[in-house]
Design a binder for this molecule. Sequence first.
Ligand code: DP6
Length: 323
Amino acid sequence: MKATAIARPNLALVKYWGKLNQELNLPLNNNIGITQEGLETKTTVEFLPELKEDEIEIDRKVLDKEKAKKMVKHLDRIRKLANFSTRAKVISENSFPGSAGLASSASGFAALSYAGVKAAGLELTKKELSILARKGSGSACRSIFGGFVEWVSGRTDGGSYSEQIAPPEQMDIKLLVCLVPGEKKVSSTEGHKIADTSPLLKCRLSSTKENLTKIRTGILEKDFSTLGKYSERDTITMHAVMMSSSPPLFYWSPKTLEIIKKVIELRESGTECYFSIDAGPKVHILCEEKNLNEINREIKKSGINTIISSPGEGVELTNKHLF
Ligand code: DP6
């Protein structure tokens, strides 16, 4: 059976940096994300008895053995659940640039999990799907659900999964993706491994508790200012950990800093907005619809292309297959 799934990346408001368990992808702290409409990964999977190896193609490029490793390992997890060894053909397409801090691994592993499970003839609950997706890439477990999502860190495989806090329509919030050029040189997976070399990690982890409480309340009470303020603070402490780890990780480029400054200036002049940055040079700007056009115009003046996104749906199936 052939199955196709669509998943969106998600932007973390409270982020995680550092894992309790690298193999199972258990994060050091609970974290909260917004699943993003306007960006998507579409993946078709079919298990074919005639194949000797898994055949994987992303954005029209066939992956070599090394690049396919993580996805083959994930297909192995699905094969184990289904109790068969048949190899698969996988074709995946992103509507946005990969490996630049736009969380293509989150939408990628969410889509691969759902399409793979369906193609294997399995029925999993969203919680079980979230646990499976997490093992492919941690943040993928948030992309299973739509809207505002919390990943409960847990201490065991079965205890670490995401839950929806509120649906996409809960709040008027826009995410302006600023496509600062440049690729990240150190993957999140590698970065997580050295988080504990930073003397600031402990301090950050104690601040995430407050950030989580404020942001959860901000979402439930539709309080954009609280959500924005604590989410920006969370970004800053995460990057402080990255920069002070050994070796130090600087994911920002000069343009990243230029946008940070622009956001602060806009805010000081009365246009409310906040920045959020993951492991890469790209910046997301959080704002309300009424300010979106003004902010977008300002960012474009710096020569930066943007994508407008808003809270979107969780992973879903489609019958529009890619092969
Ligand atoms: C900075 O979940 O992508 O975006 O599990 O190794 O694939 P792997 O890491 P991943 O790390 C995400 C890091 C982050 C913060 C976040 O999304 O919470």
